[in-house]
Design a protein around this ligand. Structure first.
Ligand SMILES: Cc1cc2nc3c(=O)[nH]c(=O)nc-3n(C[C@H](O)[C@H](O)[C@H](O)COP(=O)(O)O)c2cc1C
Length: 240
């Protein structure tokens, strides 16, 4: 571990704080993130393990004009989709991020998550306009100056998704070490038909997810949202 950190307790505190201070931020400041920092973070994140060291990640970093142009295109598509729901056929996800059929306890956790967030933002059940606007904040990267898109070669197996998750978590935890926050985003997945030509991804690549990255605006109430976790003993079986 880091030889400049004195005690084991300090080592634990540093790692734990990076992990526990990660949260999905949904409001960012305009402060730019230096490219050298992004480059370094990606380099360190790529120390993630992967089956037979296949390293299945492919990353696209959008800043400035490329970011703004993608935001404009996808926000327009999102609005058009709302106006004409039949367009949904044009915006299909390339893989099932969520289950086809929701069951308990996952549906309960999903509902609790959604309504807690909307409650915090003062969005009631019938507020379709506000819901649309909040959902669209995804397609503005929640105002973050850096948008990341992650793709994976279609030929890879499901195991590579396990590897990829480790890479993504590395990146999100590392972001904390640099004073940055993130929001991983599956919301973009249905818009691969717009995103992939924009970023120059090949037809062999599948959209995995997007991510907003930047300095969180901690005075925005949306970032007060703190999600619960189930108790360890609820998801762990101890076998002696
Ligand atoms: C792969 C992935 C995709 C996600 N997609 C979205 C998204 O599109 N929009 C969003 O606001 N949050 C998204 N989230 C954030 C989750 O809602 C969040 O991780 C969860 O509620 C737990 O909260 P926390 O990240 O603050 O700990 C995503 C998370 C993951 C891991």
């Amino acid at each position: 571990m880091n030889p400049t950190i004195d005690s084991m307790a300090d080592q634990i505190a540093v790692v734990e704080s990076a992990i526990t201070s990660r949260m999905s931020a949904r409001a960012f400041t305009q402060q730019e993130v230096p490219r050298s920092v992004l480059q370094h973070m990606l380099e360190v994140a790529s120390r993630a393990p992967s089956g037979t060291n296949t390293q299945p990640w492919k990353v696209y970093v959008l800043q400035g004009a490329s970011r703004d142009a993608l935001v404009a295109k996808v926000c327009a598509a999102h609005d058009a989709l709302r106006a004409n729901p039949a367009l949904v056929a044009d915006y299909q996800e390339e893989y099932d991020y969520y289950p086809e059929k929701w069951v308990s306890p996952y549906i309960d956790r999903r509902r609790e998550n959604g309504w807690s967030l909307y409650g915090l933002l003062g969005i009631g059940k019938g507020d379709k306009d506000k819901m649309h606007a909040q959902h669209q904040r995804n397609f503005r990267f929640f105002d973050a100056p850096v948008g990341l898109m992650f793709t994976i070669d279609r030929v890879m197996g499901r195991g590579s998704l396990v590897d990829y998750g480790m890479f993504l978590q590395n990146l999100m935890v590392l972001a904390r070490a640099h004073g940055l926050h993130t929001c991983p985003q599956a919301a973009w997945n249905g818009f691969g038909g717009i995103i992939k030509p924009h970023i120059g991804a090949s037809a062999d690549e599948m959209m995995l997810c997007g991510m907003a990255l930047g300095y969180a605006n901690m005075s925005d109430p949306v970032n007060v949202f703190h999600t619960p976790r189930v108790d360890v003993n609820e998801f762990t079986k101890w076998l002696d």
